[in-house]
Write a protein that binds this ligand. Structure first.
Ligand SMILES: Nc1nc2c(ncn2[C@@H]2O[C@H](COP(=O)(O)OP(=O)(O)OP(=O)(O)O)[C@@H](O)[C@H]2O)c(=O)[nH]1
Ligand SMILES: [Mg+2]
Length: 371
């Protein structure tokens, strides 16, 4: 282990030994900030030292990408094969899969890329096993599908491994803004009452990041961890779902304790080899990816109801234009919208208008151009 590793281990040990209460929470917050700063430093060195690890070549394709994350042998490859038809070797020993293997699932007109990956083991975020590769693919995915089986139920440690690599699942970005400035020290403003840390503790954490002049605005009752996430700045926020595989080997009376252990996370039971629970799994995946269908209506013609353009919730007219012939984008003047996102049928909107599922859209182009 390197010096940074030792230092992180030492501080983690100190946190474990500290009894957490009002009197120590400021101290613990600063220790957590120190760890985050050390991890940033470690990442920086890993990148500059040419130690970027093995390259991986998976091109994202389809409307969204789902990363399969789980311990070795829980059935990730079996699931990929049975869900998508893609060949991925499955075997009764660990670490069968050594590279990233893509498959494609079609679901109500949406093409969902699913990536089978090597099993994740503790220490992956520091590069153990193929950990770095798995984590970097997970970071770039639109959804993480965690897979467990009844002999590998340690979901918390799986999550912790991703968290150490800056991946936050099923959380939204904290409503905190930190702006550095020339002078004036650290000023803390909050629009809500802070119960998880006080202004002095906020300042202590901010200073650990070598920021001595900054405005910090908190718009929620944030935790020290959330503030550290904002200061570290390299976090990604990704939705996730959890499935327990090999349900064929789980007796009905074994389910409640499993649900209890994993609570409050919602659990789907599936059997990859027997294709059980697939309908619900596909629906959960599509739901989490928040697809919306947009029907394009050429001027003076009926909308194309047979082939919607598949977008994601939050996408706008600009995103729609990306998927239409480039001439339309180039000579775009405005769009007319019918449906849930329109204030009234046929509303005229611009590029930044957010669309809703099943909207009908007509693109209006500038006079003198043809489209
Ligand atoms: N009974 C049962 N066995 C399964 C099921 N799914 C997978 N298996 C078995 O579990 C073993 C491991 O399956 P894999 O698909 O190779 O597991 P993996 O998660 O890809 O493993 P690694 O690539 O090593 O990380 C194989 O022997 C599979 O046949 C299931 O639903 N039920
Ligand atoms: Mg595998």
């Amino acid at each position: 282990m390197g010096a940074i590793e030792d230092e992180i281990a030492r501080i983690e040990e100190e946190i474990r030994k500290t009894h957490y209460n009002k009197a120590t929470q400021g101290h613990v917050g600063r220790l957590k900030a120190k760890i985050a700063v050390l991890r940033l430093e470690r990442e920086k060195r890993a990148r500059s030292g040419g130690g970027s690890g093995p390259g991986y070549a998976v091109r994202k394709s389809g409307h969204a990408t789902v990363a399969l994350v789980g311990y070795p042998s829980v059935g990730k490859s079996t699931l990929l094969t049975h869900l998508t038809g893609a060949e991925s070797e499955a075997a009764a020993y660990e670490f069968t899969t050594t590279t990233i293997i893509p498959g494609m699932l079609s679901w109500r007109g949406a093409a969902i890329q699913i990536l089978d990956m090597p099993g994740l083991i503790p220490g992956a975020s520091t590069g153990r096993g193929r950990g770095r590769e798995v984590i970097s693919v997970a970071r770039n995915s639109d959804l993480i599908l965690f897979l467990l089986d009844k002999t590998h139920l340690e979901f918390r440690s799986l999550l912790a491994e991703l968290e150490r690599a800056g991946i936050r699942t099923n959380q939204r970005p904290p409503r905190i803004v930190v702006t550095s400035k020339e002078r004036g020290g650290v000023e803390v403003h909050s629009t809500v009452r802070l119960t998880k840390m006080d202004a002095e503790q906020v300042e202590g954490i901010v200073r650990e990041f070598h920021l001595h002049n900054a405005d910090v605005v908190l718009r929620e009752d944030a935790t020290p961890e959330q503030l550290i996430d904002v200061l570290a700045g390299n976090r990604v926020y990704i939705p996730a779902i959890l499935a327990v595989n090999k349900a064929d080997l789980i007796a009905p009376n074994e389910r409640p304790p499993i649900l209890h252990q994993l609570s409050p996370t919602k659990v789907l039971f599936v059997s990859a080899s027997r294709e059980q629970g697939f309908q619900e799994l596909k629906e959960e995946i599509a739901d989490a990816l928040a697809f919306i269908r947009i029907y394009v209506k050429p001027p003076g013609q009926p909308p194309d109801l047979a082939e919607p353009v598949i977008l994601r919730r939050g996408n706008t007219i600009a995103d729609l234009l990306q998927r239409l012939p480039p001439e339309l984008g180039a000579s775009f003047r405005s769009a007319l919208v019918w449906g849930k996102s329109a204030k009234f049928p046929g509303q005229t909107v611009g590029r930044d208008h957010p669309l809703a599922d099943q909207d009908i859209v007509t693109v209006v182009v500038q006079r003198g151009t043809k489209a």
